[in-house]
Design a protein around this ligand. Structure first.
Ligand code: URA
Length: 214
């Protein structure tokens, strides 16, 4: 009999999303020495802050096994967390760099790398169960920072909130029904930073606000 999955973290060989499982197998063949599995969250469950990204990048978090590690987006994210005291050490884009998160945990709305970096609706909904369960076992959680619209909508769904009642606006705060605060941020992706939709100061402001709230 198969062992049931850990409720907050999909199995290494999770089969819940067929398309993602096929893509994982292909990547295991192509890149046999890389992580190629659902990427676990990083940081303590006791944290007051949860940062929710979209999904691992193929050659970033999917290769390294730590969220945003090896991805372009991680440079800005970890640099910002270090600046605002949510991390200590040095970020060297490698899971063995010794970087520690302080009062902060990082996860992804979808734990497996999706083809073309785009998870489909059913994958987002399936993986949201792990996010929901994770939020439920974070006893000190006060604040969620959602990176991008998919993360924002997924966090709302895990709270059974009406999406139309909470418009995604950069740096906007939303009060959720269980007392948690959600702050939106444009995703710190290469695309958003190179088009200047998101600048470094704009991203810093989000975490400055988070720091004020805690
Ligand atoms: N890497 C991640 O782990 N998550 C993202 O959302 C982007 C890159």
């Amino acid at each position: 009999m198969n062992k049931p999955q850990n409720p907050i973290s999909p199995d290494h060989n999770c089969q819940l999303c067929p398309r993602l499982a096929v893509f994982r197998d292909q990547n295991r063949t192509k890149f046999p020495d890389k992580f190629n599995a659902p990427v676990p969250s990083f940081g303590s469950l006791d944290a007051e802050l949860l940062v929710v990204g979209l999904a691992p990048g193929l050659k970033g978090a999917n290769f390294s096994g730590r969220p945003f590690t090896g991805d372009f987006a991680g440079e800005l994210l970890y640099g910002t967390l270090l600046k605002y005291g949510f991390a200590k050490g040095e970020f060297k884009a490698h899971p063995d760099d010794g970087l520690e998160l302080i009062n902060c945990r990082i996860t992804n709305a979808v734990r497996c790398v999706p083809p073309e970096n785009k998870p489909i609706g059913s994958e987002i909904n399936t993986c949201a169960t792990f996010l929901k369960n994770q939020i439920a076992v974070m006893p000190n959680l006060k604040l969620i920072v959602s990176l991008g619209l998919v993360s924002h909508n997924t966090v709302l769904k895990t709270h059974n909130e009406k999406l139309s009642a909470f418009k995604f606006v950069h740096k906007e705060e939303h009060k959720l029904n269980n007392g948690l605060t959600l702050i939106d941020s444009y995703h710190c992706s290469k695309y958003n930073t190179s088009t200047k939709r998101l600048t470094e100061p704009m991203f810093h402001e989000v975490f400055e606000l988070a720091k004020e709230k805690l």
